[in-house]
Design a binder for this molecule. Structure first.
Ligand code: ADP
Length: 497
């Protein structure tokens, strides 16, 4: 007879907070993580609630109550909706039209909404209040084990747990974890926001939330969480250095004992060459020849020659935001060197005008070697991942990076700069060799790596070994979720003490 719920040990619970999650809203990698982690944790037996804003156009879920919330003199009527998101995990969509029914997620163009501090404080407070009140139809929870906050938008969650809710019978016992996805976004606001967020002026101190005369919600999260994680082990090290610490290196060094890097997973169902419907023919590790059909399709799509020697040349793909972070400056500095390599390039991306123009001009000047598509196209991204022989990511910094993991899974050998998650996933030497890696942020180092890759491509046997080494690796969310659970257990033990 199966054990009754009463006799089994209590299910542990986590409230995950963040500003965007697939399938509700996405502007970047954070949405992918929050779209996948909750159900992976639920699969491990956790009771998981993911709280995100209900932005314009989101009408998923069932109504789950309303609440009048007051945050620093601002009153709003919050409506909750709950939607299933896999394996029993639920999304809590926090509605407040005045704050979230807007054109953009964070602002318009380069202009952030001036009340972003309030918007995300309301998200945080509403989610915490929902969690302590219990779910409609269910018993009031006796505890919420972990609050897991992501990026500056959720940075107030650990702060509120330590201040407003420190004596609360439920939330006062919750442990917290804060995850940094990109340290470049710090949630900076004028200090007079403190009372408007229901926070005391004592937090305007160097060892709390003050950051160069303002308050930083990111800093609040880092200082007050029981543990801090970031999205790759290497990035966890890098952000403790002045070069990549964005001014937060000292704060992070002070908490290094509580700082852990956990590599993101990828959606292994969405990104699977054996079932990817964007490809003309499926393939897997034992049928790599079928990858050629995708290469032919990419060449045709970009109008590149596919006959005779042209078909034998390696095809190098790039799918990227065209910004300095992604190393576009290095690529642009190589300029006319690129078509001189015995290779062809296809590029998909949008971003800064100068880089878009660079690729457009290069493609016009070398239509037999360079193909560029300026735009955002999910299906084409899949096709390029499959059809390219190599994938280029020369990033200046890269907290985790997804495309190199898609590439490895698709037998498309990555060429990367040794930073952040790229350094943790791609290696050029040793038994697990699966790609090409350069270190210096210089055009010469990038060119040398490209040349090494192109030369190696001629040796088909060794090339196959590189492809296979990438394809056998486990990039699933299950592995990452297990590591998060270890951190949850650690902060829970710390809290119990
Ligand atoms: P970041 O989040 O810093 O932009 P990542 O490598 O972590 O970088 O994730 C980028 C994601 O966005 C990948 O899934 C990538 O395929 C996708 N992407 C970026 N630009 C485009 C584009 N122009 N068209 C389609 N997908 C794109």
């Amino acid at each position: 007879m199966p054990a009754s719920p009463r006799s089994s040990s209590r299910r542990r619970s986590v409230l995950i907070l963040g500003s965007e999650a697939v399938p509700f809203a996405k502007t970047g990698g954070l949405a992918d993580v929050l779209g996948a982690l909750p159900s992976a944790l639920a699969r491990l037996g956790w009771d998981v609630t993911l709280a995100v804003p209900r932005y314009r156009g989101v009408d998923a879920g069932e109504p789950a109550g309303v609440e009048t919330l007051r945050v620093g003199g601002f009153t709003c009527n919050v409506s909750f909706r709950v939607a299933p998101i896999g394996n029993g995990a639920r999304a809590l969509l926090v509605g407040c039209p005045e704050l979230f029914d807007r054109e953009g997620l964070y602002g318009i163009g380069n202009h952030d909404y001036p009340d972003n501090a309030r918007r995300f404080a309301v998200l945080t407070r509403a989610a915490l209040e929902f969690a302590r009140a219990g779910r409609p139809g269910g018993p009031a929870p006796s505890r919420l084990d972990v609050v897991h906050a992501h990026d500056w938008q959720a940075g107030l969650a650990p702060v509120y747990l330590k201040t407003l809710y420190s004596g609360d019978p439920i939330l006062g016992r919750s442990a917290s974890v804060f995850t940094i996805h990109n340290l470049a976004y710090q949630g900076l606001f004028e200090p007079d926001w403190l009372p408007r967020l229901d926070l005391p002026w004592s937090l305007f101190a160097i060892d709390r939330m003050e950051f160069w005369g303002r308050i930083s919600l990111l800093k609040g999260g880092i200082n007050d969480a029981g543990a801090i994680t970031t999205v790759s082990p290497r990035y966890a090290q890098e952000i403790q250095t002045p070069e990549l610490g964005s001014g937060f290196d000292g704060i992070l060094r002070a908490r290094r004992g509580d700082l852990v890097g956990i590599l993101n997973g990828i959606d292994v169902r969405e990104w699977d060459p054996a079932r990817d419907r964007a490809l003309p023919a499926p393939y897997d590790i034992d049928h790599l020849e079928a990858k050629r059909a995708s290469k032919a399709a990419v060449l045709a799509r970009f109008g590149l020659p596919a006959e005779g020697s042209a078909a034998e040349r390696p095809l190098i793909g790039m799918i990227t935001r065209m910004v300095d972070q992604k190393g576009l400056d290095l690529v642009a500095a190589l300029g006319a060197e690129l078509p001189r390599l015995d290779a062809a390039f296809v590029v998909l991306g949008t971003g800064e005008a100068r880089y878009q123009q660079f690729w457009r001009s290069l493609a016009e000047a070398h239509p037999d070697r360079i193909g560029a598509f300026i735009g955002f196209d999910e299906a084409l991204a899949h096709l390029i991942e499959a059809g390219a022989d190599m994938f280029l990511m020369p990033s200046r910094f890269e907290p985790c990076g997804l495309n190199q993991m898609y590439s490895l899974r698709y037998g498309t050998v990555p060429i990367v700069r040794a930073v952040g998650g790229l350094a943790d996933t791609v290696v050029e030497s040793g038994r697990w060799r699966n790609g090409f890696v350069f270190h210096d942020h210089t055009p010469a180092a990038l060119l040398a790596a490209l040349q090494r890759a192109v030369a190696q491509f001629a040796d088909r046997r060794r090339w196959r070994a590189l492809q296979r080494a990438g394809m056998v690796r486990d990039h699933s969310w299950d592995r990452s979720a297990r590591e998060y659970v270890r951190i949850y257990e650690r902060v829970m033990r710390g809290r119990a003490r």
